[in-house]
Design a protein around this ligand. Structure first.
Ligand SMILES: Cc1cc2nc3c(=O)[nH]c(=O)nc-3n(C[C@H](O)[C@H](O)[C@H](O)COP(=O)(O)OP(=O)(O)OC[C@H]3O[C@@H](n4cnc5c(N)ncnc54)[C@H](O)[C@@H]3O)c2cc1C
Length: 429
């Protein structure tokens, strides 16, 4: 399975392609993995990089990039091959997403929301318990979603956040789905809904509540609500510090009817996934792995006098610059190492050590990417942070990683401290 990047990439051949973040032989990747990841990198560097500044400046959604993701097959990267996708597993997707994030953070982050709709309903759900009839029904339903993506280029999003404790996993989602004949009636509100106004389907987490029932996290449903459904609206503006192209506005659902086939996971399976497949929440990190690499790449090029649009002045001969680059290289290697290990061991029922490592990897990437970008600005200097160059965007975009629920930097620290000191069910009473 190859990614068709070169077909319409007019600029190919003129640009010296970057080396991969993770060299396939060094990181023992298969040829098939390397082909998918190379396709993502080439698309990112030769096409997305030059569009990124405009999406950022105008806070507009990267619609053109999504057409390219569809054309190259990357919109269906994690859709199983039998459904027409590239069949990439978790690790392959994560490595490809890091390469996209290296050139356009907003595209990588929104692409993550889209891809997770297929990764979670696909390979991840295959690891979870379902009885035979539920699995057969799930298989039938997900085929509908996959066909829309592969054939029509349908875009999915993942609006979970509501502004309360639900997205952190503390309480049931306030968005409610009332079962009715043939489906559900959904009411609620989602904030920071990336791709709002641009996705074709909003993959909403909500709580199924029948008449007279109390809300419970066990009854979380994951429903793909059509953007055009009656009762769905996008409100509010979007003018943030970074990740501006994500267009993460507010979504409202007012008596929106959604049919049964909208379920991206059967009843009870999202709750099971959150407990048994925790690396599902590490999927926000690849974007920031790419941004960390981008900050480093920029610094090396700048100090060598090789950044297009800047005078060819070399600064690499100064010992202070060399020390700074050495510090950046060490930090980058630390981030790469823990992150690669964590994305490689994503699975059902990971060990306690693997879960703690996943939190530590998330923290390291999300905080580390911005630390590298800050160091890059200090090292390269004033001329390097002008808006005509990508570094200041990398700096702003990378600041947003630590805010992503449920594994914000603060919550990762909370979890590591608690879970390292207490075994499950242990108290001090
Ligand atoms: C660019 C961008 C795009 C986004 N896209 C999406 C999207 O597509 N879908 C989506 O669902 N969300 C998205 N989000 C939202 C994100 O996941 C968070 O929900 C949002 O940033 C939370 O903002 P808040 O101010 O409500 O955080 P709060 O919930 O008020 O939390 C503020 C901080 O307090 C800490 N905190 C929160 N809960 C606890 C707790 N129980 N204990 C201790 N500390 C806690 C956390 O560190 C958190 O960062 C996006 C955010 C950004 C910045």
């Amino acid at each position: 399975m190859t990614v068709q990047v070169g077909k319409t990439t007019a600029t190919m051949g003129k640009i010296a392609l970057d080396a991969p973040i993770f060299d396939p032989p060094a990181f023992r990747l298969t040829n098939e993995q390397a082909a998918i990841i190379t396709g993502a990198r080439e698309l990112g560097q030769t096409v997305f990089a030059s569009r990124a500044a405009a999406y950022d400046r105008d806070a507009t959604f990267p619609t053109e990039n999504y057409k390219d993701l569809h054309r190259t097959g990357l919109l269906g990267i994690s859709i199983p091959k039998k459904h027409g996708g590239l069949g990439a597993d978790y690790q392959t997707y994560a490595l490809a997403a890091a390469e996209i994030g290296r050139y356009c953070g907003a595209t990588a982050l929104t692409w993550n929301m889209h891809v997770c709709s297929t990764l979670w309903s696909g390979p991840l759900a295959d690891d979870l318990d379902m009885d035979a009839s539920v699995r057969a029904e799930h298989e039938r339903r997900r085929a509908i979603h996959y066909k829309r993506i592969v054939d029509d280029g349908a875009i999915y999003s993942q609006p979970f956040s509501e502004g309360g404790a639900a997205a952190a996993g503390g309480v049931a989602f306030g968005t409610e789905a009332k079962p009715v004949n043939g489906g559900w009636i959904v009411n609620g509100k989602k904030i920071f809904a990336s791709l709002s106004g641009h996705a074709d389907y909003y993959g909403v987490l909500c709580t199924e509540i029948a008449e007279g029932q109390a809300a419970s996290r066990r009854n979380t449903l994951y429903l793909a609500i059509p953007a055009k459904a009656s009762g769905v609206s996008v409100v509010g503006d979007w003018d943030p510090l970074g990740m501006r192209g994500t267009v993460s506005r507010t979504l409202l659902f007012k008596d929106a009817f959604v049919e049964e086939d909208a379920a991206l996971m059967p009843r009870g399976v999202y709750f099971q996934a959150a407990l048994r497949w925790p690396h599902m929440f590490l999927t926000l990190s690849p974007t920031y792995m790419g941004l960390a690499q981008a900050a480093y790449d920029f610094t090396v090029r700048y100090l060598r006098g090789e950044v297009p649009g800047t005078p060819p002045v070399k600064r690499r001969m100064y010992p202070t610059k060399q020390i700074a680059v050495a510090q950046m290289q060490i930090k980058l290697e630390q981030i790469k190492t823990i992150w690669f290990q964590a994305v490689s061991e994503a699975r059902a029922n990971p060990s306690k050590e693997q879960v703690l490592r996943a939190y530590a990897a998330q923290y390291s990437v999300m905080e580390g990417a911005n630390e590298l970008a800050a160091l890059a600005i200090r090292t390269c200097g004033g001329q390097a942070m002008l808006k005509s160059l990508p570094l200041e965007r990398i700096y702003r975009d990378s600041r947003c990683g630590s805010l992503m629920l449920p594994w914000t930097a603060e919550l990762c620290l909370d979890r590591i401290g608690r879970e390292a000191l207490y075994e499950a069910g242990e108290t001090d009473d």
